[in-house]
Design a protein around this ligand. Sequence first.
Ligand SMILES: NC(=O)c1ccc[n+]([C@@H]2O[C@H](COP(=O)([O-])OP(=O)(O)OC[C@H]3O[C@@H](n4cnc5c(N)ncnc54)[C@H](OP(=O)(O)O)[C@@H]3O)[C@@H](O)[C@H]2O)c1
Length: 280
Amino acid sequence: MRSLNSLLSCVLFPIIKPDFKQLEQHLQHKTIIITGASYGIGEALCHCLADINCQLILLARTESKLQQIQQLLINRKAQIEIFPIDLRDRVQLDRFINHIQHKPIDILINNAGISICRPIMHSLQREHDFERTMQLNYFAPVRLCLALIPTLQQTQGQIINVSAINVLLAPTVNWAAYQASKTAFDQWLRCASAELENQHIRVATAYLPLVKTRMIEPTRLYKQLPALRPQQAANIICRLLLKGKRQYKPWWTLAVQLISVLFNGIWLKMNYYYVKRKQC
Ligand SMILES: NC(=O)c1ccc[n+]([C@@H]2O[C@H](COP(=O)([O-])OP(=O)(O)OC[C@H]3O[C@@H](n4cnc5c(N)ncnc54)[C@H](OP(=O)(O)O)[C@@H]3O)[C@@H](O)[C@H]2O)c1
């Protein structure tokens, strides 16, 4: 079973490696904000960029974990500044925006996120689930982008969004809060991208499939499915940092999108029977 899983992973997620020399040249002396840098994909990204002479500003709530990463990477080339923050908190976010107001930010990597997998029938008293996901996955990046656009305009910078492949596919039962919030910011950025590019701000999105991080740990089914390693996801983001790339999506995305349109009725029925079986 495990070897079948790794074979499937190799086929579904062939190894993507950025050209490190090119990346190093491109990012020299740049200032890069990474949200959600304390764990998972964000943490792996810090390790990827640590050998480049750039400045990394790392955001997340867990101060001790940010300090640990900073300490671990202290002898590498990148200068690391940490900023413990709950991105859902308007006051804390404004404080951060004030803090970076006069810094020449070149790149914003919007990576922080939370996911919630819960049936609507278990959410009737849990409106806060929908508020929490929207605050972090939608309003926080919108606020950060709005505040940073003038600086990014001056530095001819870049916004990278770490999104999920789910936003391009048919909706899935139990994922209303997560998918709605990820789709909201994806749509926002897609609507804004022409204007931003006109202001010489590049926009790129990583539509990631499953990644083995603590985010997917609570979902038992995901333990058996092939998934990217955080390092692979970080490599994908590094490739997007290089010029010319606007998005990453797995090579099989179009096929799955076609299937989800052509067999939408069957997909809906499968969702329906899944819910029914769970109720029994
Ligand atoms: N894992 C997957 O299968 C998968 C697939 C597609 C896309 N993605 C996307 O990839 C991104 C990274 O997720 P991951 O898999 O690396 O998950 P993760 O390991 O749980 O990391 C999430 C990061 O977001 C930070 N964060 C969470 N709530 C925050 C808050 N209120 N304020 C500030 N930072 C906060 C966390 O740090 P603290 O807890 O220290 O705050 C952590 O650094 C997310 O946007 C997710 O939607 C993940």
